[in-house]
Design a protein around this ligand. Structure first.
Ligand code: MG
Length: 168
């Protein structure tokens, strides 16, 4: 069993993870349009991660006897000015997602739902990585400061990223 409040909150989180998928796909498309295929690859991998997050929540809610109810996903930003702007937006977005996960955890604690707390622990850890990954690239882009060679080096590095689904 799961409380109605937690069911609603997890449904909202599924929507936020699917929005993240959409948002990062929009960022991937921007990088495609400016010819930075490594940066595009980084966001295409991120898209898969976000789908994985949504599906992990989907599976948990179903297993707990709740009902997954999908909601509308809003239109993401489609115009970006620079790689640095994109990564600053992605970092800000991940900080917001961390806040949502923390609020979900607060609710699970309030509802005394130990299974939900265990489930959310994975997301708490995951968000530390997500924030760090975006922040690291923001810092590299600041160092590069729009310089072509540095940008191409980073593009090559980000082209190596592959999606590895976590074991559980
Ligand atoms: Mg996510």
């Amino acid at each position: 069993m799961i409380s109605k409040k937690l069911e609603d909150a997890i449904n909202y989180q599924i929507n936020r993870e699917l929005f993240s998928e959409y948002y990062y796909l929009s960022m991937a498309s921007y990088f495609n349009s400016v010819g930075l295929s490594g940066f595009e690859n980084f966001f295409l991998v991120q898209v898969e991660e976000e789908r994985f997050h949504a599906m992990k929540m989907y599976k948990f809610l179903n297993e707990k006897g709740g009902k997954v109810t999908l909601q509308a996903i809003e239109e993401p930003t489609t115009e970006f000015q620079s790689p640095l702007e994109v990564f600053k937006l992605a970092y800000t977005h991940e900080k917001l997602v961390s806040k949502l996960i923390n609020e979900l955890m607060d609710l699970a604690i309030k509802e005394n739902d130990h299974a939900a707390k265990n489930h959310l622990n994975w997301f708490v850890d995951e968000q530390v990585e997500e924030e760090d990954s975006m922040d690291t690239i923001v810092n590299k882009l600041k160092l590069i400061d729009g310089e072509g060679y540095g940008l191409l080096m980073l593009d090559k590095e980000l082209g190596q990223r592959i999606f590895t689904p976590p074991a559980k």
